[in-house]
Structures are given as C-alpha cells and as structure tokens.
Design a protein around this ligand. Structure first.
Ligand SMILES: Nc1nc2c(ncn2[C@@H]2O[C@H](COP(=O)(O)OP(=O)(O)OP(=O)(O)O)[C@@H](O)[C@H]2O)c(=O)[nH]1
Ligand SMILES: [Mg+2]
Ligand SMILES: [Zn+2]
Length: 295
C-alpha cells in the first residue's frame, strides 16, 4: 500500500494512507530503518499492521529534500513576511529566495498582517512589493484578520506540495489555518524582542486540493553560500539575468562592461537587492553610496 509521511516529530512518524483516508504511526522496517532517515513529504510503500500501525517497507525516490524546513518532494515555497510585527528583514528574504531557486522551487511571496500597518508601514509595503514584483516574483498581500488576499493565496496553492517558510511570528500557521480550516497552534509576537516565539515545533503536512500544505517552524538565518558556490549566486537573482554583461561570467562587481552595475546606477534595478547580493558575496563597492535612494 502507498503512504505519505505527513509528520515527523523526533523519531515519531505519521503516515497518511490516501486509499483509506486514514493516518497511522509509521514504523520503518529493517532495511529502510538502517539506510534512510524519513521526512515529512516522503512517499513510502508498506502495509497496515493494525489499526494504528503502518509498517514502512520502502522509501520511494525523492524529487528533492529541503533542509529548512526538512520536507521532501516540495513543489512550491510560500515565503511569509511582515513589514511590521515582526520587522521586515530583506536580507534574510533574499537569501531564502536564492536558496529556493537553487532547489528549483516555485516561490510565492506573501506580506501578511497588512491590517496592522502604520502609515509608514504602508509606504514600506508599497516599496517592497514593487521591488519584488519588479524582480519577477509573485507577491500577495494578506491579512488573516480581515481576510484580504486569502482567496488569491488559495488559488496560488492549487496543485503540488507547498511549504510555508519565513521568520517566527509572521503568521504562517494562522494563514494555513485560515485557508484550510485546520486548527493549528499559533503564538504571540513578543513585545520586548519583536520576534515570534517559535510556536510551531515540527513540520506537518495538511492535505489541500490534491496536494499538501506544510507548516513549519520559523527561522531567522539562512546563508546562500552554505548551499552553493559564490559564482552561482548571481544566477538566482532573476532580474540580473535580463542583462548581458561584456563577460558572460561577470560577477557584477567591478568588471568592465557590467550591465547590471549600470542598471543599478540608473535606478533600473533595485539597489536593495543589489546590496543583498554583494553582502552574500562579502563584497563592497565604493560607488554605491552615490546612487540615488541607496544609502
Ligand atoms: N493582526 C493580525 N495578526 C495576525 C495575522 N496573522 C497572524 N497574526 C497573529 O500573529 C501571531 C503569530 O502568528 P503565528 O501564526 O503563530 O505565526 P507563525 O509564523 O506560525 O510563527 P512560528 O510558528 O513561531 O514560526 C499570532 O498572535 C496571530 O494571531 C494578521 O494577518 N493580522
Ligand atoms: Mg507557526
Ligand atoms: Zn555584470
């Protein structure tokens, strides 16, 4: 029989058997246990032993395996951010975007909690949405409180497995509860540290429109260079790929004939995105401070 691992909590595996629309405690047998670590999202084969137990005899080949969060066979990443409560960190987002593109995932970018925004926050939301739309990403603005954007988000998640990622406290679990109707544990944002409290502890997949939605714990650090060589990073800034520099291996730093640099100078490419790129590579360019609106 076929099953899907929908949760791994420590050593405990929960397996959904779609044929029976029922979940079981999954127990990996000999060969599987010795050779493989299983993750949420893994497709397995095995048999129902009793009312509560599914013996896992075989792990099917994985399409991919994410590290943060640890989920297999992911099609799409929904990166949830807020402008305020907690405050937006564009560098973390840019690292995530690079890493997920490297893994071949589709990305949907969500700005949540738009109901809470101050006047300043609304301006910042406008600015950042256009930065990411101009770079080529799909951006959805949502509020769990007012329901704004939830239909659009549901539409974007129709097929395949989508995992929700992003900092703690931005409302990942709240959004998933709102669109699936499945009650998930949510937590406050601390007023002292302005951070979430890591309410979600484990990855859990929820069946949704023929696929799955994965809730996962928030995280605050991801570094693109832990996943790839520095020469590769530029390939995961989709807006850079629109330009043809003099040298095809141009790193867009100080090279002669760099079109990306010229576009940043003209204000055609976002200076914030370019700054993130340089920071990922530990580079610095002196001319950046002369670019308008780029401090
Ligand atoms: N006003 C408002 N509050 C929201 C919204 N979405 C979530 N919240 C609140 O924000 C807090 C954090 O929400 P969670 O859903 O627990 O956040 P999370 O991203 O799952 O956090 P972790 O599990 O720690 O990674 C909760 O108190 C939610 O009620 C929103 O759109 N508007
Ligand atoms: Mg959560
Ligand atoms: Zn260049």
């Amino acid at each position: 029989m076929e099953g899907v691992v929908i949760e791994r909590a420590g050593q405990k595996l929960t397996v959904l058997v779609p044929e029976q629309k029922k979940t079981y405690r999954g127990i990996p047998l000999g060969k599987v246990r010795k050779r493989e670590k299983l993750f949420a999202g893994d497709f397995v084969e095995g048999r129902v032993v009793d009312d509560q137990t599914f013996a896992i005899e075989k792990l099917k080949e994985r399409k991919n395996l994410l590290v943060r969060p640890p989920v297999a066979n992911v099609d799409r990443a929904v990166i949830v951010e807020t402008i305020e409560n907690p405050p937006f960190n564009n560098y973390l987002l840019d690292n995530l975007l690079v890493v997920y593109d490297h893994l071949g995932l589709d990305v949907v970018l969500v700005f949540n909690k738009v109901d809470l925004l101050s006047e300043e926050g609304k301006e910042a939301l406008k600015k950042w949405s256009s930065v990411y739309e101009d770079a080529g990403y799909k951006v959805i603005k949502t509020s769990v409180k007012t329901g704004e954007g939830l239909k659009e988000l549901q539409e974007a998640l129709k097929e395949g497995t989508s995992i929700f990622a992003g900092p703690s406290g931005v409302g990942k679990s709240s959004l998933i509860s709102a669109i699936t109707g499945v009650e998930l544990k949510t937590g406050e944002v601390s007023s002292k540290t302005e951070r979430g409290k890591h309410t979600t502890r484990e990855v859990r997949l929820i069946p949704f429109k023929g696929g799955f939605i994965g809730d996962a714990p928030g995280f605050s650090r991801v570094e693109a260079l832990n996943f790839m060589d520095r020469e590769e990073v530029r390939l995961h800034f989709p807006e850079f790929l629109r330009y043809s520099c003099k040298f095809s291996d141009c790193l867009h730093i100080e090279e002669e004939g760099c079109q990306v640099r010229e576009a940043v100078k003209r204000g055609e490419l976002s200076c914030e995105r370019y700054k993130s790129y340089l920071k990922m590579l530990n580079e610095f360019v002196p001319w950046l401070s002369d670019v308008k609106d780029c401090s």
